[in-house]
Ligand binder design. Structure first.
Ligand code: SAM
Length: 179
């Protein structure tokens, strides 16, 4: 297992919210819609397994990756100089969303079931507002539990897409958008 993942998990298990990085199968499933979007926002990039899949799926898209841990964020930026990496809590540095085009994809690996309430609330408010601004926006999220990842206003709908068994533990992939 990746040593950077282990170090980060030891420092902050609730922020990591996983016992292992996503498998390549889960990463590819999360990246599947990426070729339909020119602007992609990744949340909780970690060691970059989903980042790699996003770049492979759509190398010409603008990719903005948020990661809480500054060491992991620095490594990701060094490995992928062509993407924008933002280090810190997403909800505290999300201003960049205001300048993004109408059509955009959010790919989230944030562990909503283990993050503290004071992080979940502002994060989900920002995400819901972003999606409600335009019908051409979509969010993809994985979760290890058999229920929707977080509560949303009634104008947004969660759709279950698939389960990835070849992941530890198996993960469900969900999509959130208007309608
Ligand atoms: C479940 S891990 C996913 C890592 C990687 N994307 C993967 O799939 O293996 C969650 C990641 O989200 C990051 N994270 C947690 N809270 C965050 C926040 N509020 N803003 C940005 N990143 C956050 C953690 O540091 C961790 O790297």
């Amino acid at each position: 297992m990746n040593i950077h993942f282990i170090k980060h998990w030891l420092k902050n298990p609730a922020a990591v919210g996983a016992i292992a990085p996503s498998s390549p199968y889960l990463a590819r499933a999360m990246a599947q819609p990426a070729d339909q979007f020119d602007t992609i926002i990744e949340l909780g990039a970690g060691t970059g397994v989903i980042t790699d899949a996003l770049i492979e799926r759509n190398p010409s898209a603008r990719l903005i990756a948020f990661e809480l841990d500054p060491a992991l964020a620095g490594k990701l930026a060094a490995r992928h100089p062509g993407i924008e990496v933002v280090a810190g809590r997403f909800h505290e540095c999300a201003q960049i969303l205001d300048s993004l085009p109408e059509r955009a994809l959010i790919v989230s690996a944030l562990p909503f079931r283990s993050l503290p309430k004071e992080v979940i609330r502002p994060t989900t408010v920002i995400l819901a507002r972003f999606l409600m601004q335009n019908v051409a926006r979509s969010l993809v999220q994985f979760t290890y539990q058999p229920r929707t990842p977080f509560d949303v206003p009634t104008s947004l709908t969660w759709r279950w897409r698939r389960v990835i068994w070849r992941n530890t533990p198996p993960a469900g992939v969900w999509e959130l958008r208007q309608g």
